[in-house]
Design a protein around this ligand. Structure first.
Ligand code: SF4
Length: 650
């Protein structure tokens, strides 16, 4: 690793991409290499700018083992595949075989596309045009991955009718199986040295281990998790159960579609699917109309069923009715049998969600937009991950910029069940004490005091005047975001962007391309957002990002720790908020030349004993209580100031 990453090593000598030796990167590459060589787990906190991707990819290639690289999002998968993999192939491993695997709904289903071409059920000229373009593309594409269809909106309804999700897929019995893009994806993965997935696909595979194409992932010997701080949340989703009104609507839609395809759509059968739709609507309408996530304990479920037994039974019977009708058909087309099997699975899941009472699960429901979601989520995934991941494989690498609390990995290790592992905290690549100033105002009321919001609005206005916009204002809830936005909108002359007024990616692009813009946002902008340069020069956080204690999952996790005789505040709530704050503040400094101000308006960080943990966990930012110092710092960091200094220096 030293010969590649070290001072005067291959990368520095060849000056590939203006490469500079980074001590943290070399240290990380050596630690990952050691894990691959000696078959042990490793956990590494690598701050922004460490160059962690190459530091795990090169040791992975050198290991000669088949390694799965799991990233947090599809766009990170794309970035690895389009930027880092070609680099490796050009300079280190021309024969390297890499496969990208994504969930089925990312791929085109050829069978559905042909069926749609034969029986045109397109809605409007726009769909006709989009479908024509997709058909042309289908002839050329090697992957069938919708990421190549840049014209297709994220929420395209047409795509949901032709993607390769399980619903009507007949697997090996499909006449298109040989040409199917999923078959090709699985084949590439079987031949690959590196398989790039996202956490959702990884945990779907770990939880299920089967699909129409066999296991989702082929055999592998090691895994690298990038953005490993997201593992607990994603694993909780896949080791739990969830059902929503959409599942019933999709089932009815797919049943109709399968009947059309197989020419079985008799009026009696079509009435059956219509009944599923109607009964699902009345059943889900019985849930309280308020948006939000609520506990659904055994007692609450029993009370709900007592009041709505008729609607529940009617829904279950409508599914049973369709299954019986399909089973009674003389011809039994595979497409219909599959729908019947799904219907049976849905009934089982519904029964589990209402009748089971597993100790390690928290039961809840959520109303969001037009959806009602019923779920059972594991309270603690550590035992599941210990058995299925950390004891089943000998080399698992976890990395992220936010894994430690107070310099220790204890929290994340406990949450994930990672008992035996070599830990490394790598030296930061940036000079945070010079590049960033942390502003902590002293005269703020407590965040729970009614006087907090007006004072926070004053602080935000003053800070934004000093930074000339160019800021993210990050909030822990929509209510706080909207409240503060309303309080400051008429007092500022900068372009203001508000989360929820456009899709996330659109808002981000607007922010990047609008001079002096300010974005008001909540949790989804706290991570995975990258705006290097002067465009983002200030990040304001209104309060310490503690998870909402009334959220049923948080409440159940707190209760479980209490029952275990532990201190949930110190062992769970504080560490979780520390990692979230590190993520939020991490948006500011993205390169060696970035400079800017971080502001936290919540004085608990200064007053409360636990505030020390937050401060000890953050990089060593220079700190101030003085707005005038913020002004001086920003003036010195501003582009105009730098231009002047540059001129003066000749
Ligand atoms: S195998 Fe399944 S996904 Fe592939 S083309 Fe056939 S039906 Fe579609």
């Amino acid at each position: 690793m030293a010969a590649i990453f070290g001072p005067g090593g291959f990368l520095e000598k060849s000056m590939i991409g203006g490469y500079e030796h980074r001590p943290g990167q070399l240290q990380m590459a050596e630690a990952v290499h050691d894990a691959f060589e000696n078959h042990h787990h490793a956990i590494l906190e690598a701050g922004t700018g460490t160059g962690k991707t190459l530091a795990y990819l090169l040791p992975a290639i050198c290991s000669g083992r088949r390694v799965v690289i799991s990233t947090a999002t599809k766009s990170l998968q794309e970035q690895l595949y389009q930027k880092d993999v070609p680099f490796l192939q050009r300079h280190f491993a021309p024969q390297l075989k890499v496969a990208v695997m994504k969930g089925r709904s990312n791929f085109l289903c050829l069978a559905k596309m042909h069926a749609m071409a034969d029986q045109p059920v397109l809605r409007g000229m726009e769909e006709v045009d989009a479908f024509r373009q997709i058909k042309d593309w289908a002839r050329l594409t090697e992957t069938g991955d919708r990421a190549e269809l840049t014209f297709l909106p994220d929420d395209s309804e047409l795509w949901t009718r032709i993607d390769a999700r399980r619903d009507t897929c007949t697997g090996q019995k499909c006449p298109e199986f040989q040409q199917c893009f999923l078959t090709a994806m699985h084949q590439r993965a079987k031949d690959a040295d590196l398989i790039i997935v996202n956490h959702h696909l990884f945990f779907a595979d770990l939880a299920l281990k089967k699909d129409d194409f066999g296991s989702i992932l082929p055999e592998y010997s090691a895994v690298v998790f990038d953005e490993a701080h997201e593992m607990e949340d994603v694993a909780s989703d896949y080791f739990g159960q969830q059902i929503s009104n959409f599942r019933f609507e999709e089932l009815a839609r797919d049943a109709d579609h399968a009947m059309r395809l197989t020419h079985q759509g008799t009026p009696t059968l079509l009435r059956r699917t219509q009944r599923i739709r109607e009964r699902s609507r009345s059943f889900f309408d019985a849930f309280p109309p308020r948006d939000g996530r609520f506990s659904f304990s055994r007692h609450e479920r029993e009370a709900f069923l007592e009041q709505n037994r008729e609607a529940y039974d009617a829904l279950v019977n409508s599914l049973k009715g369709m299954e019986t009708e399909f089973a009674a058909l003389t011809q039994k087309p595979e497409e219909l049998l599959r729908v019947a099997r799904r219907s049976f699975e849905i009934r089982q899941e519904l029964a589990f969600l209402f009748e089971s009472n597993e100790k390690n699960y928290v039961y809840w429901f959520e109303r969001r937009n037009k959806g009602v979601f019923l779920a059972a989520t594991p309270i603690d995934v550590s035992q599941i991950l210990r058995e299925r991941l950390f004891e089943a494989f000998d080399t698992i690498i976890l990395t992220s910029a936010t894994l430690t609390v107070g310099g220790r990995f204890e929290f994340i290790r406990q949450r994930l069940g990672l008992d035996h592992v070599k830990e490394s905290g790598l030296p930061p690549e940036f000079h945070y004490e010079e590049q960033a100033l942390l502003y902590l105002p002293q005269k703020m009321p407590d965040v729970r005091d009614p006087g907090f919001a007006p004072k926070a609005a004053d602080e935000i206005v003053e800070l934004l005047e000093l930074s000339q916009g160019r800021a993210f204002c990050l909030f822990t809830s929509y209510a706080q975001m909207n409240d503060l936005f309303e309080r400051v909108r008429d007092r500022l002359d900068f372009p203001l962007l508000l989360q929820g007024t456009a899709p996330r990616s659109v808002l981000l692009e607007r922010f990047k391309n609008t001079a002096n813009a300010v974005l008001f946002a909540t949790s989804s902008f706290w991570q995975g957002v990258d705006v290097p340069g002067d465009q983002l020069s200030c990040v304001i956080v209104d309060r310490l990002p503690f998870a909402v204690p009334s959220d049923p999952i948080v409440a159940a996790r707190v209760r479980a720790l209490q029952e275990d005789g532990r201190n949930p505040f110190a062992e769970f709530q504080v560490p979780q908020a520390v990692l979230a704050l590190k993520q939020g503040f991490g948006r500011l400094i993205r390169s060696k030349t970035d400079r800017g101000v971080l502001a936290l308006l919540d004085t608990r960080i200064q007053r409360m004993p636990y505030g020390k943990i937050f401060l000890e966990s953050l990089p060593r930012y220079h700190r101030t209580h003085d707005l005038a110092e913020v002004g001086r710092f920003l003036a010195a960091a501003s582009p105009a100031h730098r231009r002047k200094a540059f001129k003066e220096a000749g």
